[in-house]
Design a protein around this ligand. Sequence first.
Ligand code: NAD
Ligand code: UFG
Length: 336
Amino acid sequence: MSILVTGGAGFIGSHTCVELLEAGYDIIVLDNFYNSKSESLKRVKEITNKDLKFYECDIRDRKGLDEIFAKENVEAVIHFAGLKAVGESCQKPLEYYDNNIGGTVTLCEAMRDAGCKKIVFSSSATVYGSENISPLKETMKTGGTTNPYGTTKYYIEQILTDLYASDNEWSVVLLRYFNPIGAHESGRIGENPNGIPNNLMPYISQVAVGKRECLSVFGNDYDTHDGTGVRDYIHVVDLALGHIKALEKALKETGCNVYNLGTGKGYSVLDLVKAFEEASGVKINYKIAPRRDGDIATCYSDPSKAKEELGWVAERGLDKMCEDTWRWQSQNPDGF
Ligand code: NAD
Ligand code: UFG
């Protein structure tokens, strides 16, 4: 029996593949390389000294999926594949709805017809919208998302919830990630954004390595301890380990469960800059810029449900997140 990992060549997927292989699972990766390179999977094998199966396939390709399910003995799916750029989703909403929602529906149809009814899905803290006050709990109202990317996550959660309601043989685990950063401590795999990074950590690390001149800090007049935005940064390896716990739950019992994966601690933009400077020994050039549209002041999790029900807690602190990002970025300045 194998675990199918969609989007397994990407940032979070590749780190999860390492932890799956280390935990002794047989894995099959499916990716269309829209936002990743095959080199990441080569390095997953190098880190673990284990093999994996790979199919270059799109989750919207029903025939391709059917062939994989017919050939392989897939016990459960960890579903990372999707488009994730908030700004781009406002320019290309149809592409986002098609890829993320259409792709997930096609994947679930293929799973159902193959009799594979266990899925762990990559959702996001973005489903909490902008009205809830942190710490964010799974019981809070979701929706009110402010961009098509966030709306795809909200709709997919609903689709998978409806799927379970219609057929209680399914095991659905919805994981709401907060802000994943960091890299594998080997320095061999990490985040590899195309073009100018949208997210804070890759921007900081590219400034550190000399690829970008200056970080723009989007707003210093928020109601936070230093005026800059506060987020719940989580080490990608802790996040990957959360998937192992979620998978164990999905393999063990049917149901539809949702968990926050965060640390429960909020750090500001300037906290992160300072921590990165300490970890790397490099001064980060930054300037204060206007607020970015759609940003909120503060967003962090209450991670207690994942601790109680999955036995999972994020263990790596901000220093480790910065140290590992720096190792990856400085050893691979141009990514893969
Ligand atoms: P990523 O872009 O590095 O990985 C996604 C992978 O999916 C890529 O390898 C890409 O090539 C592949 N892919 C995209 N569309 C596909 C398709 N139609 N068929 C097959 N493969 C396809 O992103 P990531 O940061 O690793 O994120 C993984 C998942 O987690 C995504 O669903 C993302 O929305 C979600 N998520 C990410 C964050 C974050 O900050 N990184 C936060 C919350 C949720
Ligand atoms: N920021 C800057 N300068 C930058 C980039 C970001 O000051 O160049 C600030 C933002 O204003 C925000 C903080 O850094 O205060 C974090 O911004 P990111 O873009 O790194 O992350 P977000 O919290 O905006 O969003 C991320 C993902 C979303 C996901 C969300 C919740 O990009 O996909 O976390 O999980 F939905």
